[in-house]
Design a protein. Structure first.
Length: 568
């Protein structure tokens, strides 16, 4: 069953029925083989389908999942975050958190599907009582924004590749914005290409395959030549076609990290767009976020910052090493190329990029932030791509040329490649690509820092009535340190781990502080956690009444741990 198979009302009825059967708190009562999926990954989902799924997931898992509208796009579409947390093990803000998003570029449809698949993997793993996923959900908070750029996604689902949002832009400098966009000439719901014969045409039909258009050789005359344009009409009467399309601003060039006005489509100022502003506001309101991952397409690459002119030697070597080690695991799972081990390769590939979200997450927000460029197109271009379309896609990626009457040009032919297939796999190849990427992101999320109280002891002080010594062993048992070195040594924003003792019917003796600053705790890694020993000396106030001491270990990025002790 897919979301397109049922209207929303029926889906909601199914969801209510599933509420009786499902829930992460009752894993032993669930036979997941009989549960109907809330989503299937056999097609690219519309905004409506995505939003329906997110609400259905929150309805099916009310004790685990919450949905929050974090903003509204330029076109009035809601932007949702799905939050996954088990409140039985603590509040979300008192746990280390992992942030993930997709579709900041509208035409990168697989990126949004990657975030959706990651959600689905987590929820199914919870249902099946998968120990890895259950442990992650019990000890962490997960914040996921699957569709950052819903307007760009909506346009791209018509066959175009609309990277930006839809902020009005006067592309042709005629005083009007967005007045000459592409048009669906044949009414099939898709916008591809059109070709028409013209003596000035720059293309001719390939002798290898009549579907393929190739460049006209320089100075060649005497043949049949074609103009090839995006499907559409001259809406503004200036004799040009589709030269002033919808928007917009490249959201992934609009963040306050190395932002520059000369960067193409960067916007009038950083965070000028409601979509980018919504992300930064959402993340900064959740200071427990310790790591960021963002899905993109394409190329089959795992990236880190910096994507501009910063050099690796300007950043702490320990952080660069962490990025590379995390990426190595991702490469092992996905088979992608590791672009985290060479800064030069990143810059060359990005060409470069100002105002990139990943740079903001690392350089300004100060956490480990990574990007995956999913899917490496195996087909190449030209004739080889057409053969791949015929043999692998059963012809579904290419619209055969067919005649259409054009109001200004007369008879033209409409057809060509679906534009979004340039950097997205065809639907028949989606699921395996999504599965391995979700596993890689899961491995990234498992590396969050996490403070813990390993042991405690209460001992009476010899020959002193009602005086006790309380000791505890404290450590970061997660892989990451409780703050990056960049946050601690460059930005100066790293918050220390603190150990606090709260007393009932007791007081600290002279020389002991209630709050202890433990600084930044390193990650456990292969050698295991590095233990910090803390001690308080306490005296009962009233020896006839019970006395207790509560130890609270707290970290902004690595969570909070509490334990209560009786003074006996």
């Amino acid at each position: 069953m897919t979301l397109t198979s049922f209207p929303l009302k029926i889906l909601c009825l199914i969801t209510l029925t599933l509420l009786i059967l499902a829930g992460c708190n009752q894993p032993n009562t669930i036979d997941i083989n009989h549960l109907k999926p809330l989503i299937t990954f056999d097609h690219y989902h519309s905004n409506t389908e995505i939003n329906t799924y997110l609400h259905a997931a929150a309805a099916q898992y009310p004790d685990l999942v919450s949905i929050l509208q974090i903003g509204v796009s330029r076109g009035g579409e809601p932007i949702y975050a799905l939050e996954i947390n088990n409140p039985a093990t603590g509040s979300a803000l008192e746990k280390p958190a992992f942030y993930c998003d997709g579709n900041i570029h509208g035409g990168e449809l697989l990126a949004g599907e990657g975030a959706l698949y990651f959600i689905d993997m987590l929820l199914k793993g919870c249902d099946s009582n998968d120990p890895t996923i259950r442990n992650l959900i019990d000890t962490s908070a997960l914040y996921i924004v699957p569709n950052v750029n819903p307007d760009g996604r909506r346009i791209s689902l018509t066959g175009q590749n609309h990277r930006a949002n839809i902020r009005p832009v006067d592309d042709d400098h005629d005083g009007s914005c967005d007045e000459d966009p592409p048009d669906d000439l044949d009414g099939d719901g898709l916008i591809v290409q059109m070709r028409y014969k013209s003596p000035q045409g720059q293309y001719l039909i390939s002798p290898d395959d009549p579907r393929l258009m190739v460049r006209r050789p320089r100075n060649q005359t005497g043949g049949t030549y074609y103009q090839v344009l995006t499907e559409g009409i001259d809406n503004d009467g200036d004799t040009r076609f589709n030269e002033d399309s919808l928007g917009g601003i490249d959201l992934n060039r609009n963040f306050p990290a190395n932002w520059h006005p000369a960067q193409r489509a960067s916007g009038p100022f950083p965070l000028s767009e409601p979509e980018s502003f919504a992300l930064v506001e959402y993340i900064t309101e959740r200071p427990n976020i310790a790591a960021i991952h963002t899905f993109h397409t394409s190329g089959g690459m795992i990236l880190r910052f910096p994507t501009l002119g910063d050099q690796d030697w300007e950043f702490p070597a320990a952080d660069i090493a962490d990025y590379n080690e995390i990426a190595i695991t991702g490469v092992e799972i996905t088979g992608y190329t590791n672009y985290a081990d060479s800064k030069k390769a990143i810059v060359d590939r990005m060409s470069p990029g100002h105002g990139v979200f990943n740079d903001w997450g690392s350089k300004v927000y100060g956490v480990l932030a990574m990007t995956t460029e999913m899917w490496r197109n195996p087909a190449g271009r030209g004739l080889r791509q057409l053969q791949w379309n015929d043999q692998v896609l059963d012809g579904q990626g290419f619209i055969d040329w067919h005649e259409v009457e054009h109001p200004q040009l007369g008879t033209v032919e409409v057809g060509g490649w679906l534009g979004h297939l340039g950097n997205n796999p065809p639907e028949v190849l989606m699921e395996e690509e999504l599965r391995k990427n979700a596993l890689w992101v899961l491995s990234f999320a498992q590396r969050l820092p996490r403070v813990d109280i390993l042991s405690t002891a209460v001992q009476s002080v010899p020959e002193v009535t009602d005086v006790y010594e309380v000791t505890a062993e404290i450590a970061n048992v997660g892989w990451m340190p409780t703050a990056t070195e960049h946050a601690a040594k460059v930005l100066g924003i790293a918050q220390p781990v603190t150990a606090t003792i709260n007393l009932v019917n007791a007081e600290l003796t002279d020389g002991y502080n209630q709050n202890l600053n433990l600084g930044v705790l390193p990650g456990a890694r292969k050698a295991g956690p590095i233990v910090q020993n803390v001690t308080w000396r306490i005296k009962k106030v009233n020896s006839t009444k019970p006395a207790t001491a509560q130890i609270v270990v707290s970290s902004q990025k690595a969570g909070t741990k509490r334990i209560k002790l009786e003074l006996n």
